[in-house]
Design a protein around this ligand. Structure first.
Ligand SMILES: C[C@H](O)[C@@H](O)CC(=O)C(=O)O
Ligand SMILES: [Mg+2]
Length: 446
């Protein structure tokens, strides 16, 4: 097939999955989430298409779909080679569009929208090169990689020159590390046994099953009731023992002092980290929690609601984050996540991507593999979240073997949601939604 030269169209589908029915994905703040994503398809002057998603919950999806539509005129008609030659410029043309930026800047709905579009462009690029994204990135020169990053407002902490130095250092031993990750995969941890809305029986069954399949790192949700958290943590420890890592996630539930007090009460269960203990914008609050809990061996993890590279910069500088949880679609897609991976490397903080959501596992694996091959050069203290939901709807679902993500081999980034899932779960007209409405399980929108 001839290589495409330009983007000729952008379509958006509002896909939602009824995960709230089984309380999949439930936590202290999101008690009944319906995992959802706008699904963006970029068409080109050939048959090649680029797909992109962003992660939202239920009703919020419609708003992000509208925001994506607002960017259409900046994307359709663009020459692909021009984008690749100046990707940071293209990224900035979306992130800094002078009317839309007033809604952010670089945060929230507009940034989620940009992520879907930008990731679809990377999907196209990777497909054009016939490589999965991790490999496309790993094969790029340091100069090319930094050319995709918008360094605006980062100069006090990470300059282009420093980023280049980190990446040049990462070239040493690259081939060996690539061979290693291809052979052995990248460590995963599972969240999907520990959702807050699950019964004890379900937690025990899922954790036991996960263990028997070789999974050896676990995360549980906390923040409902401290005694109940202690009881569930004990249950987890009885199943997984004390040698395997157990992480805890409060999803922003607490005040700063409350977080410290609550986690002191859970410290005997040896959590490796407490994730999102308080409001995700409270950098100094996270720093205070980290200062109080680090002596107990508990780190602070955050990032899935961290709005942009500037916030990550401050979290890292303030020692407010011991684990950097990049999210594939919260910030402005690949370009901004590259900046964050480099920032984390500068501060020596491990990147452990967030993936509890739809299609996030499929996306974030590429970042960790690239990070290992070209940036941090190590898997020590690092792991990728795995949530075992909705993979049956992905055309190239992640492969987990012996508790590790296996490298994706298909060209592209967002490998795609199946046509059947798109027909069934497009909201509200999809076949599954019609069935759920007719059975009275969900209310049909007006
Ligand atoms: C609402 C989501 O399921 C959220 O709980 C995911 C999350 O915090 C995680 O995976 O971490
Ligand atoms: Mg979380």
């Amino acid at each position: 097939m001839a290589a495409p030269t330009k983007i000729t169209g952008l379509t958006i589908e509002d896909l939602r999955f009824p995960t709230s029915l089984q309380k999949d994905g439930s936590d202290a703040m999101h008690k009944a989430p319906d995992y959802s994503c706008p699904y963006v398809i970029l068409s080109t002057d050939t048959d090649l298409r680029g797909c992109g998603t962003t992660f939202t919950l239920g009703k919020g999806n419609a708003i992000v779909c509208m925001a994506i539509d607002n960017f259409k005129s900046l994307v359709v008609g663009q020459n692909l080679q021009d984008i690749f030659n100046d990707f940071s410029g293209f990224w900035r043309s979306l992130a800094s569009e002078d009317q839309i930026r007033w809604l952010g800047p670089e945060k929230g709905v507009t940034h989620l929208a940009i992520a879907a579009i930008i990731n679809a462009v990377w999907d196209l690029w990777a497909k054009m090169e016939g490589k999965p994204l991790w490999k496309l990135l790993a094969d790029m020169s340091p100069e090319m990689l930094v050319s995709t990053i918008d360094f605006r407002h980062m100069g006090d902490t990470l300059t282009k020159k420093e980023a280049l130095e980190i990446l040049k250092k990462g070239q040493v031993g690259k081939a060996e590390r690539e061979a290693e990750v291809v052979a052995n995969g990248y460590p995963a941890y599972t969240t999907s046994c520990g959702w807050l809305g699950y019964s004890d029986e379900k937690i025990k069954r899922l954790a036991t099953e996960a263990l028997s399949q070789g999974m050896c790192r676990f995360k549980m949700k906390v923040g409902g009731d401290v005694k109940d958290d202690a009881r569930r943590a004990k249950m987890f420890r009885e199943i997984i023992g004390y040698d395997r890592p157990l992480m805890m996630d409060a999803n922003q539930k607490w005040e700063v002092d409350e977080a410290i007090d609550w986690m002191k009460q859970l410290a005997e269960y040896k959590p490796l980290w407490i994730e999102e203990p308080t409001n995700p914008d409270d950098i100094l609050g996270h720093a205070a929690i980290a200062e109080a809990l680090n002596p107990l061996g508990i780190g602070v993890a955050t990032g899935e609601h961290c709005q942009n590279r500037i916030m990550f910069k401050q979290f890292l500088k303030a020692k407010a984050m011991q684990y950097c949880q990049i999210d594939a679609t919260r910030v402005g897609g690949v370009n901004e996540n590259l900046a964050i991976i480099l920032l984390a490397a500068k501060f020596g903080v491990p990147v452990c991507p967030h993936a509890g959501g739809v299609a996030l596992c499929e996306l974030v694996q590429h970042y960790s593999m690239f990070d290992f091959i070209c940036v941090s050069g190590t898997m020590e203290n690092r792991m990728i979240e795995f949530a075992d939901h909705l993979h049956e709807h992905m055309s190239e679902p992640v492969v987990i073997r012996n508790g590790s993500y296996q490298v994706p081999k298909s060209p592209g980034f967002v490998v795609g949601i199946t046509d059947k899932a798109r027909e069934d779960y497009i909201y509200p007209e999809g076949k599954e939604w019609q069935r759920l409405f007719s059975e009275g399980l969900f209310t049909k929108p007006e």
